[in-house]
Design a protein around this ligand. Structure first.
Ligand SMILES: *Cc1c(COP(=O)(O)O)cnc(C)c1O
Length: 354
């Protein structure tokens, strides 16, 4: 049955897959909800979005996404609390960053009401898909790509903005061992590293495969010129705790402005933890590991929230980070997820009720 919510047309799926899903054993991002939001850019403007049944997309083989990689994405989550109320976390930040990414890729920016009303309508329609089990959430993937045709290496004249959602369990389990990269780069000055551009991730796969072959799970990206400064951990921002100070690099062309990163900085400061946003050299981290002042390292991003690192490899040497009983990682992860899931007060105004 078709209907309209928030001025957005809804074409309901005639069947549901929800009964096939085991909500107690969810993987990350591998089953998809019944509906998706679709919005097309043509004739020079974004057309009204629609909620439609989740379905395959038909594209011409000459569609520019395939040849020139003109595409960007976002990642966010919706949570259901004990009263079945649904919460988003700083969704306007994702909206703004999607358009920052789009601008860099010469993709037309999506209007705010299409993004926000489209998202809210989609979540209303698929509300039953939002898990309420501890640790689970509905992972939300907004993305925009060039659907227009032609081999000419120039921006397309047609685009699709889609949001699909996937009920998901926790992203990582356990600690990861990382390799400090000395050859490859994720991003460069003047490049697209600050954007969530699809191709940025393709470029990470091969160096990550090499690290995995050597027995690590992830790569720590360093600056592209000297490889002497720590920048990111895989597709996450990175924090390093030396003694009782939490250190993370400043955002730049090369370091993505993560919403989890900036939330952790604010939260940690409000809890009286000393935070330094500054360049952090590999040398400093190696010295800290040697003299015992390196207490923690962790990645920060929407999917895993906080992902602790157990040790790192650097130039054929391995360094372990000893286990602590009480970690900043554990404390901050609990604080942030308690705010996200409406278990505690939100003094920052980050939570957004559906
Ligand atoms: C998405 C992403 C992050 C984390 O951003 P969040 O907004 O916290 O999810 C960090 N680094 C890279 C390269 C990313 O793509």
């Amino acid at each position: 049955m078709n209907s309209i919510i928030n001025d957005i047309e809804i074409i309901k799926s005639e069947t549901t897959k929800i009964n096939e899903v085991d909500f107690d054993n969810l993987a990350f991002g591998s089953v998809f909800s019944d509906h998706m939001l679709e919005c097309n850019f043509k004739d020079g403007k974004w057309q009204a979005p629609k909620v439609i049944p989740y379905q395959a997309i038909t594209l011409d083989p000459s569609a520019k996404i395939f040849h020139y990689g003109q595409s960007v994405f976002e990642g966010m989550k919706a949570y259901k609390d004990a009263n079945e109320d649904v919460w988003l976390f700083r969704p306007l930040e994702n909206f703004k960053r999607l358009n920052i990414s789009s601008k860099r890729l010469a993709i037309p920016e999506v209007p705010e009401n299409y993004f926000m009303d489209g998202l809210k309508t989609l979540l209303e329609v698929d509300r039953d898909w939002i898990p309420k089990n501890e640790g689970s959430s509905l992972y939300i993937r907004p993305f925009v790509f060039a659907s227009g045709n032609g081999f000419h290496a120039s921006p397309a004249n047609a685009y699709k903005f889609i949001i699909c959602t996937a009920p998901s369990g926790a992203y990582f389990s356990g600690k990861v061992k990382v390799l400090i990269e000395q050859t490859y780069s994720r991003s460069a000055n003047g490049g697209v590293g600050y954007a969530k551009a699809g191709g940025n991730y393709a470029g990470q796969f091969y160096p990550t495969q090499l690290a995995v072959e050597k027995g690590y799970q992830q790569v720590i990206w360093t600056d592209d010129t000297t490889h002497e400064y720590i920048e990111e951990a895989g597709a996450m921002n990175i924090f390093v705790r030396i003694n009782d100070t939490l250190i993370t690099g400043p955002t730049s062309d090369r370091i993505l402005d993560g919403i989890t990163r900036k939330s952790i900085i604010e939260l940690a400061k409000s809890e009286g933890i000393e935070v330094e946003v500054r360049k952090l050299s590999v040398h400093e981290v190696v010295e800290a590991a040697k003299n015992g002042s390196l207490k923690e390292m962790f990645g920060a991003g929407t999917a895993a929230v906080i992902s602790p690192i157990s040790g790192f490899g650097y130039k054929d040497e391995d360094f372990d980070i000893p286990e602590l009983d009480e970690t900043f990682a554990g404390f901050l992860k609990k604080r942030i997820t308690d705010i996200q899931t409406n278990k505690v007060e939100d003094p920052f105004g980050w939570r957004y009720k559906l």
